[in-house]
Ligand binder design. Structure first.
Ligand SMILES: Nc1nc2c(c(=O)[nH]1)N[C@H]1C(S)=C(S)[C@@H](COP(=O)(O)O)O[C@H]1N2
Ligand SMILES: [Mo]
Length: 394
């Protein structure tokens, strides 16, 4: 944290813009990409500055774990924490509980059984820039995601220590970040009380063997394995057990998708009914080759990617090198952990000098797979079959 503090003056974060407005060489065509280096972070693609939205370059996904300094960053309000004093920081548990708690960082580490798990997280808007017609919102490519190993206290154990009262329906979570105006709602997200008590979620105080980076939620964040990162509340300072469901902008208006299959709607006739975003749909993503890579005729290449779902378990990944006419099964790497991504690979030798359209699709143990055509106006939960074009040259 010292490095982070040194870079923060008057509450604003000093960052170095490496390359402003450089055309993205990795095939985003006309998109301009700005690279920036924030404290505790390596060079990342900067989609926005206040608050920081930083995207991870895909080559980091060639490894089981995404390094902390390369992990994507997303905040909703510029009033994010730039310093946290562990002597005074508390995660409080309040509301419909028998014993309200004020837990320090040390309490969380020493009074509860530590749990280690590897889990995948992604922003609900990951890959939004690929929607056609285009939709408003952060124009992420595929880098608003990552896979990390966490240590933390079970949310269930913390809630049980507080004693959840009969009749509680939700637990909701907020961090120390503050909205710009008093009228704006705190970023606060709820889970049903059953989900909160199911034993899967943890309050993480360690990420890949280190303290969490400030921008990823130092000192503690909620980890809700298998669910989109909008629930993974950072710098977690308040847990409220509720006898009535929480209503706020972040629940009732934002982060919702159509109730239709695949959350899909017709751009000309948007769906009238919506439901909160929850679990990760099954999905495979290419990591290498990257968009519009140039490959050599008759040279072998190893195609690699990752596949994710809600924790049910990836069963199969298939790759097509002819725009979806024929499919070949990829080789799955070992299972890292239940809620981790699963890496996969396939050897290929292109034999003709031309452009090839590669596709990949995953299916999970519940038989969920991917389709070719999906759109929703929020640009959320993308899991349409990915297509990348690669050029094969002499
Ligand atoms: N306190 C707080 N937690 C938050 C948010 C936020 O704005 N404030 N944004 C959420 C969203 S939408 C995402 S995608 C993830 C991003 O986590 P990361 O920056 O560690 O990658 O944090 C989630 N937790
Ligand atoms: Mo997000």
């Amino acid at each position: 944290m010292a490095a982070f503090l040194a870079a923060c003056k008057n509450g604003s974060i000093a960052r170095t813009v490496i390359d402003a407005g450089v055309p993205e060489s990795k095939g985003m065509g006309s998109n301009l990409r700005t690279w920036a280096r924030y404290p505790e972070k390596t060079d990342l693609m900067m989609l926005a500055d206040r608050p920081p939205l930083l995207e991870t370059p895909v080559h980091f996904f060639l490894h089981d774990l995404t390094p902390n300094d390369a992990y994507f960053v997303r905040w909703h309000y510029a009033g994010l924490p730039t310093r946290v004093d562990l002597r005074t920081f508390r995660t409080q548990v309040i509301g419909a509980v028998n014993r309200p708690l004020q837990l320090s960082f040390d309490d969380l580490r020493t009074k509860f059984e530590p749990v280690t798990l590897t889990a995948f997280s992604q922003c609900s808007g990951n890959s939004r820039s690929f929607f056609r017609p285009q939709v408003p919102g952060a124009q992420w490519t595929n880098g608003a995601m990552g896979n990390a190993r966490y240590v933390g206290a079970r949310l269930k154990d913390v809630l049980n220590a507080a004693g959840v009262r009969a009749g509680a329906v939700e637990a909701s979570f907020r961090g120390v970040d503050v909205p710009p105006l008093q009228a704006s709602p705190h970023f606060e997200k709820p889970l049903t009380i059953d989900h909160a008590l199911n034993g899967d979620s943890i309050i993480a105080y360690e990420m890949n063997g280190e303290p969490l980076p400030m921008l990823n939620g130092f000192p503690v964040r909620l980890v809700v394995p298998g669910w989109f990162a909008t629930y993974w509340v950072k710098a977690l300072s308040q847990i409220t057990v509720r006898a009535e469901p929480l209503h706020n902008f972040w629940v009732d208006t934002a982060y919702r998708v159509p109730t239709t299959p695949d959350y899909s709607e017709d751009p000309k006739h948007p769906s009238e009914q919506s439901t909160p975003i929850t679990r990760h749909p099954t999905r495979a993503v290419f990591v290498t080759p990257e968009f519009s890579a140039q490959l050599k005729k008759d040279s072998p290449v190893e195609i690699q990617g990752i596949a994710v779902d809600d924790g049910t378990g990836i069963r199969r990944v298939e790759v097509s090198t002819d725009a979806g006419r024929t499919w070949t099964e990829a080789v799955l790497d070992r299972v890292i952990d239940k809620y981790s991504w699963r890496r996969w690979r396939m050897n290929w030798r292109p034999t003709e000098i031309r452009r090839y359209s590669l596709q990949c699709r995953a299916s999970n143990a519940a038989g969920e797979t991917q389709t070719t055509n999906e759109w929703n106006h929020g640009g959320y939960c993308r899991n349409v079959i990915q297509t990348i074009d690669v050029e094969v040259v002499a």
